[in-house]
Design a binder for this molecule. Structure first.
Ligand code: AMP
Length: 189
């Protein structure tokens, strides 16, 4: 995509503020927010074939198969709003295979950058405990974070190898973090 249409991947642990920053970023850059987690939850809600396939997988915290995910994302990326305005990808890619597929879908101009919003494990754990949701027992929180770590480490390595990874300190106020992210994006895209 051309330089005025941003193609951005946002990475970050649960509790890193990734959702908040994504909302601010689509507002600033006018790109389309695509969250594969939201798309899957909508499919489950709608009771579609995809939703039926994904429900148990999501409940177990496992990953929906790469082939299924890539098909969904490829279709979405082909729509006019994204071709015109660019995209912020949130939750995709999740694996190096998905990342390879993404580059193929996007062709020559590919991804502008991946921003990793880095908040230490101890801090995101505390944030989730403070949030006090019923499913947020310490055990459940640590399990989700361990899974994230295991699933994401190869992906971070993939973005690093492709010269696309930019890690931003996610500590501080949302305004502080947003300013850091914008500085990184504007220096690259
Ligand atoms: P999220 O809201 O991004 O945490 O996604 C919620 C759940 O949806 C994940 O735990 C996975 O089960 C599934 N999911 C979302 N995005 C992907 C993806 N790119 N690849 C595989 N599974 C995904």
């Amino acid at each position: 995509m051309s330089s005025d249409r941003l193609v951005l991947v946002v990475l970050g642990r649960q509790g890193s503020g990734k959702g908040t920053q994504s909302a601010l970023l689509v507002d600033k850059y006018g790109c389309v927010h695509v969250s594969t987690g939201d798309m899957l939850r909508a499919a489950v809600e709608a009771g579609s074939e995809l939703g039926r396939q994904a429900e148990a997988i999501m409940a177990a915290g496992d990953l929906v198969p790469d082939g299924v995910m890539c098909g969904i994302v490829e279709q979405r990326l082909a729509e006019a709003d994204i071709r015109e305005n660019g995209v912020l990808l949130d939750g995709f890619p999740r694996t190096p295979t998905q990342a390879d597929a993404l580059l193929e879908m996007l062709g020559a101009e590919g991804v502008d950058l991946a921003v990793n919003i880095d908040v230490p494990v101890a801090e995101v754990t505390q944030r989730m405990v403070d949030r006090g949701r019923e499913d947020d027992t310490l055990d459940a929180i640590s399990r989700r974070l361990e899974l994230y770590e295991a699933q994401t480490a190869p992906l971070l390595a993939w973005f690093e190898d492709h010269g696309l990874l930019h890690t931003v300190d996610g500590m501080g106020t949302r305004e502080d973090v947003f300013e850091r992210v914008v500085t990184v994006i504007d220096s690259v895209a």
